[in-house]
Design a protein around this ligand. Structure first.
Ligand code: GLU
Length: 512
């Protein structure tokens, strides 16, 4: 039993990475990991690196890669080193930063490990390996590769068969026993290396497996800390063993020293029902949430709190603020629950706090059905200000402001029957048309508010509430919404005039 060298934190420049595979859109779990790496890098004046793990050429696509870049950038997580999203040269001294372009490194170090006896060719076919697995299952024991090809004689013999293709297996050192590595989130983690079994590092097609590529890259890219999801915890002993083998190699001049990184394995993100967060629970990609109208800042804020808590207890904050407070020892080991209510709370809060001009720019993509040219900017800002209070996502905006656009408004039968018909509504609307509109001063919402007050008084004993309801229903087709004097000011006399007329006609058609 021995504790690996990463147990004692070293004073090295902080270099962390996020290493997504472009086999899907950027998942919220990966985004949360990226964010923690980013915050740690900023907190430690370190570097945040993006590496694209695209060795699976069948499932990796350029569109997914693009989605990863766009999603990270939209969250504000720009990388100090990594591929250029525009397709230009990579940024950073230790590239290339896409695994598909790093084949020579994997081949070179795989060969070095093989020559030094840390790896050997395995000629077993997938059928033979399946049979080994099936036997283990039958005997009710966990599967561990038999080690058949450890024997040079067996290798020699099997190599004669041209149909067999060799993969390269890492040799688990004999008597390595229990391996213990230090983890910032779970303290010490131990694994019995006897239960690992010699594992493939280079496939028979000459491409590396994840565990091998990740170590070669993290080493050559001088990664100091690996912060990632706990689903990778069982990969870590394999990776540590590869580091230890590399440490035993005689390295040529110019090769960086092999330093085992420090690890922090973050608890998973679970759905509210405590199952794995999946499509079944709705959106799982960052870009889907952004499309639905979550502000990237709010989403980022939300992700920060999934498994980490700021020491000052202030849960609403910017990336910079959280970065100034971030430390690995406050990362939670227990799973984080993806609590939509919290996301909604943060999003609506940021929508309410956002400067109006900026909100207008953010809202525009959601308002493409409206002719925004109908109003000067001052009125558009006023509309947003008047409707934003109850909004949780930007995609709710069109519905909340539809009555400001176009000449007409839809008055449904229920509204007409319940609010706009009968002697009182008729009296209110007629008075509104003849007395109020004919003389109203539309220069400001404040002036209109005063005039509305006088108008309601003049209609006594009809209740103020009834008057407001009726006017609002006639003008907006609903019984609640933006402040009425602001609504009047924004709509202007002509639109109001025509809507009141329509309401009177529809209301009387029910009465008679
Ligand atoms: N490509 C791996 C993933 O997306 C990276 C894991 C790691 O951080 O080592 O899960």
């Amino acid at each position: 039993m021995s504790i690996v060298e990463n147990a004692a934190p070293k004073k090295v420049p902080v270099r962390v990475r996020i290493a997504p595979s472009p086999t899907g859109n950027l998942h919220v779990g990966t985004a949360r990991t990226a964010l923690f790496n980013y915050l740690f890098a900023k907190a430690q004046q370190g570097q945040f690196i993006l590496r694209i793990e695209d060795t699976d050429s069948e499932r990796s696509t350029a569109d997914f890669e693009r989605n990863i870049y766009d999603s990270l950038l939209s969250l504000g997580l720009s990388w100090d080193e990594g591929p250029s999203p525009e397709g230009g040269e990579d940024k950073g001294s230790y590239g290339p930063y896409k695994q598909s372009q790093r084949g020579e490194f994997y081949t070179r170090w795989a060969n070095a490990l093989k020559s030094a006896g840390f790896a050997y060719d395995c000629y077993l076919t997938s059928e033979e390996l399946d049979a080994e697995r099936a036997k283990a299952k039958l005997e009710n024991r966990p599967y561990v590769y038999s080690g058949r090809c450890r024997d040079p004689k067996v290798r020699e013999e099997l190599a004669q068969d041209p149909a067999r293709k060799a993969s390269l297996r890492f040799r688990i050192p004999d008597n390595r026993g229990v391996l213990i590595f230090k983890d910032h989130v779970r303290d010490e983690v131990s694994f019995d290396t006897d239960l690992i079994g010699d594992f493939v590092i280079m496939k028979s097609d000459g491409t590396p497996t994840y565990n091998f590529a990740v170590v070669i890259d993290d080493w050559l890219m001088r990664i100091s800390h690996i912060i990632r999801g706990e689903d990778h915890i069982s990969n870590t002993p394999k990776q540590v063993l590869i580091y230890e083998a590399l440490q035993a190699l005689k390295l040529p001049e110019g090769t960086p020293p092999v330093v085992i990184p420090e690890f922090a394995h973050v608890g998973m993100i679970l759905a509210p029902d405590r199952s794995k967060l999946s499509k079944r629970h709705g959106a799982t990609a960052v870009s889907e949430f952004i499309q639905q109208g979550y502000l990237p800042e709010a989403f980022c804020n939300f992700l920060s709190l999934l498994g980490w808590a700021p020491p000052d207890g202030e849960e609403v904050g910017t990336l910079e603020h959280f970065a100034s407070q971030f430390s690995l020892d406050r990362i939670a080991q227990s799973p984080a629950i993806f609590d939509k209510d919290k996301l909604h709370f943060l999003n609506s809060k940021l929508i309410r706090l956002m400067p109006l001009e900026e909100l207008l720019e953010r809202a525009k993509p959601y308002l493409s059905d409206f002719d925004l040219g109908q109003y000067p900017k001052e009125k558009l800002l006023m509309i947003l200000d008047a409707v934003r209070e109850p909004i949780t996502v930007l995609s709710e905006l069109p519905e909340s402001m539809i009555y400001f656009f176009g000449q007409k408004v839809i008055l449904d039968a229920r509204l007409v029957g319940e609010v706009l018909s009968g002697p009182e509504p008729e009296q209110v609307l007629k008075a509104f048309q003849n007395d109020f509109l004919s003389s109203a001063d539309f220069t400001s919402p404040e002036a209109l508010a005063e005039q509305l007050k006088a108008f309601t008084k003049s209609l006594s004993p009809i209740k103020t509430k009834t008057i407001m309801w009726t006017v609002r229903a006639a003008l907006t087709g609903r019984t609640s919404g933006a402040d009425l004097s602001k609504t009047l000011y924004i709509l202007g006399r002509d639109i109001i005039q025509s809507r009141v007329e329509t309401a009177l006609i529809l209301g009387s058609s029910v009465t008679n």
